[in-house]
Design a protein around this ligand. Sequence first.
Ligand code: PRE
Length: 366
Amino acid sequence: MAAKLQGASISSSCHPPSTKNSLCKIKVITTRISIQRTNQAHRRISKITCCSEIGAASTNSRSQNKRPLTTTDLTGSFKDGSGIRVAYQGVSGAYSESAAEKAYPNCETVPCEQFDIAFQAVENWIADRAVLPIENSLGGSIHRNYDLLLRHRLHIVGEVQLSVRHCLLANHDVKIEDLKRVLSHPQALAQCEHTLTRLKVVREAVDDTAGAAQFVAQHKLRDTGAVASVGAARIYDLTVLAQDIQDDSDNITRFLMLARDPIIPGTDRPFKTSIVFSLDEGPGMLYKALAVFSMRDINLTKMESRPQRKRPLVNNDGLKHFDYLFYCDFEASMADYNAQNALKHLKEFATFLRVLGSYPMDINLV
Ligand SMILES: O=C(O)C(=O)C[C@]1(C(=O)O)C=C[C@@H](O)C=C1
């Protein structure tokens, strides 16, 4: 059963335990979690306080009977996702939850109120991974999430491409003609632009698609529908009035998996690397930056620019410019000399450079 993390509930005083110590010395940060029932099939974490650090000396008698962890336990759990807690924004039935389950099939999913909370859940050791939608084939980039990648210090350890098939959901016996309003995540509403325009309904943005379905069901609304997944219809007991209502049948969202530590990049399968950099002002600077990849035959798969909020520039003429951050994905592993040389070259003139992660490419669209 899932629990939903709330903004105020994460205490910032948690510190990661040292991974350098041997297992018996690792300090375990415990969390005291008060769980409160809500009327749907949901539990909501209303309070999380990091309360104590337990060393080997204070280990209780129950844990003394446990067998020690072996390498098989560690590799096995990461392969099939069992034992991994994955934080996502939304409630059960959200597409982000499906993305988490695709990446880590037997994981425990941890619903969070906002993306920022999902990041904090990993930083504070409440979850092991966070899943973050980053771009969609119809709606484009999810800009806020690019900003979050930089504001937090998590590493990208994987990506998932998910085929997103939206449905129009409503309470039982409600007809399409009865609908005056449709609720959903803004990205989902944008992806169903044509259908919603045809229906002449008022669109209302909420935090996530499944949350919209939950709201319609909980309040027994008869003039309001939700755009969400067929899974959300099942969970919240709603009727599917229309299926595949997205503007294009190929509607794909790309999600990133984030962790506290980076993975060791390999060369055994196709890898992608994500970086963010900034440059000095001047003609041809971006051209020069991109040339470090093209001259080494490295394929760029994504480029995104975001303004650096606190750094508007004033040049000699008193004109104001914005300083930009360039987010770039390329098809190479950081274990490749070619990629290492490209970044060494870029570092010679970039004013800032950070590798966000080097991770296996998702080549199985589901
Ligand atoms: O609301 C959800 O179900 C989400 O997982 C969020 C989200 C997004 O942010 O893009 C994920 C996939 C779809 O593109 C629509 C919404």
